[in-house]
Design a protein around this ligand. Structure first.
Ligand code: HEM
Length: 404
């Protein structure tokens, strides 16, 4: 009986205290954890949301260096929790004998933001843009059909691209397709392929894809340089491009053929997109093959901040001090975003260069086109070529004529 009375008394005394705790926890959830983060904090952080961590950020004992060298032992007056918080927020004195760009930073929390952005907006908008381009091409085909050669073919052929031009183009084309497919497999695999084909099958594809992706990149970069050198002189914008654009390049109506040189305005857009996006995808790709070797984003952000645009748009400048990890994460995000844009544009190019336009694929196959095709699609270039060959013929005629 006496024991029962004791138990009842103890419960009665303890209950108000528990109620107090519950009340405090309800008003300030972190009160229940003594100021430490709550499960809700952790979940919010994993969802990429911002949480109020000001308490913990400043709660790192007596400052790192002093605390570490105090008289009470190796950690001085700092507790384990203080030290871990200092490490977590990058304010601990992590001086070690190891020297390197990443040795000072032991915990970085950008990874979750990177993962969420990569699997979220990059993948969704990226695939969305590619799908949108396929839809546009489908609609274009439905309304316009294949662009045929309007006049009768002459049977006389004219050289459009020499062997080296075709070789460079196809190295770039084939490597791009392999890079594009393996890259999309890598970024979309976890979400779409693993549930469908399982981990084992996906792993085989992912390993092969990664190997192909890292090695094909070299072929792409070298051919990009060749293509630039070979065709840049034909892709300088000029006045003729404006009238070509005004007539929609004749793409939307039969029998309309605005004059064009070797490359028309549409092709110039493709060329410069390939060069600019190709350069962007190459440097961000190199930053991924050789991580921590390039620090391009902090410098780029410094430069962009000088324009005042980020301040105008978001009210704050872009961060111009970035950890090496943040540099690699940004390189990866930029690489993915550029890749999807690039793939969408190239899908349109592949369509017009193959099924979409009669005679186009021959220009990159045998390198020769029918004169009628040349007259319709690149009349100024055709005239130039004709003038050149007449010149050559008359020179040859002069040499062959017997001297009087
Ligand atoms: C894989 C399928 C591809 C096909 C069937 C194809 C077809 C063609 C054809 C027929 C031309 C010559 C057009 C003309 O004579 O006026 C051409 C030019 C060109 N191609 Fe491709 N191509 C492909 C892939 C690529 C890729 C992946 C890239 C770049 C990443 C690329 C970049 C270019 C560039 C810059 C030009 C010159 C500008 C232009 O004609 O638009 N091609 N392509």
């Amino acid at each position: 009986m006496r024991a029962l009375i004791w138990i009842v008394l103890c419960v009665m005394l303890a209950f108000p205290a528990a109620a107090d705790d519950t009340e405090a926890a309800a008003t300030e959830p972190r009160a229940a954890t003594g100021g430490a983060q709550t499960l809700e904090d952790i979940m919010a952080r994993q969802r990429g949301e911002k949480i109020d961590d000001s308490d913990r950020r400043s709660n790192i004992g007596q400052g790192n260096a002093e605390a570490l060298m105090g008289q009470l032992g190796t950690r001085g007056v700092a507790s384990d929790a203080d030290v871990f918080r200092a490490l977590r927020y990058g304010s601990a004195d992590t001086s070690t004998t190891a020297r390197g760009l990443t040795t000072g930073l032991l915990i970085q929390d950008g990874g979750m933001r990177w993962l969420i952005f990569r699997e979220g907006p990059i993948l969704t908008y990226g695939l969305g843009f590619v799908g949108f381009m396929v839809l546009i091409i489908g609609l274009f085909y439905a309304f316009r059909g294949k662009i045929l050669i309007d006049g009768p073919k002459t049977g006389r052929m004219i050289v459009r691209f020499d062997a080296f031009e075709r070789f460079s183009h196809w190295v770039m084309g084939v490597s791009f397709v392999i890079l594009g497919l393996s890259g999309v497999f890598l970024i979309a695999g976890r979400k779409f392929l693993i549930p469908w084909m399982g981990h084992d099958a996906y792993s085989t594809i992912a390993v092969a894809g990664k190997w192909a992706h890292n090695n094909m990149a070299w072929a792409f970069m070298i051919s990009l340089v060749f293509v630039f050198i070979l065709w840049v002189k034909h892709n300088i914008p000029d006045r003729g491009d404006i009238s070509w654009m005004r007539k929609g390049g004749g793409l939307f109506s039969k029998g309309v053929h605005p004059p064009a040189k070797k490359f028309n305005a549409g092709q110039k857009i493709i060329f410069w997109s390939v060069i600019v996006l190709g350069f962007g995808i190459s440097i961000t790709g190199l930053a991924l093959i050789f991580p921590f070797s390039f620090a391009m984003f902090a410098k780029t952000f410094q430069f962009v901040n000088l324009t005042g645009l980020p301040q105008l748009i978001s009210g704050a400048p872009l961060p111009d001090i970035l950890s090496p990890y943040a540099e690699v994460q940004l390189a990866q995000l930029a690489h993915g975003a550029i890749a999807f844009l690039f793939i969408g544009i190239i899908i349109a190019h592949i369509y017009l260069g193959s099924f979409g336009m009669e005679g186009a694929i021959e220009t990159m196959g045998s390198g020769e086109v029918d004169e009628q095709w040349a007259k319709e699609h690149h009349s100024l270039w055709y005239e130039e070529e004709m003038a050149k060959s007449k010149n050559l013929e008359s020179k040859a005629g002069d040499q062959a004529a017997p001297a009087e």
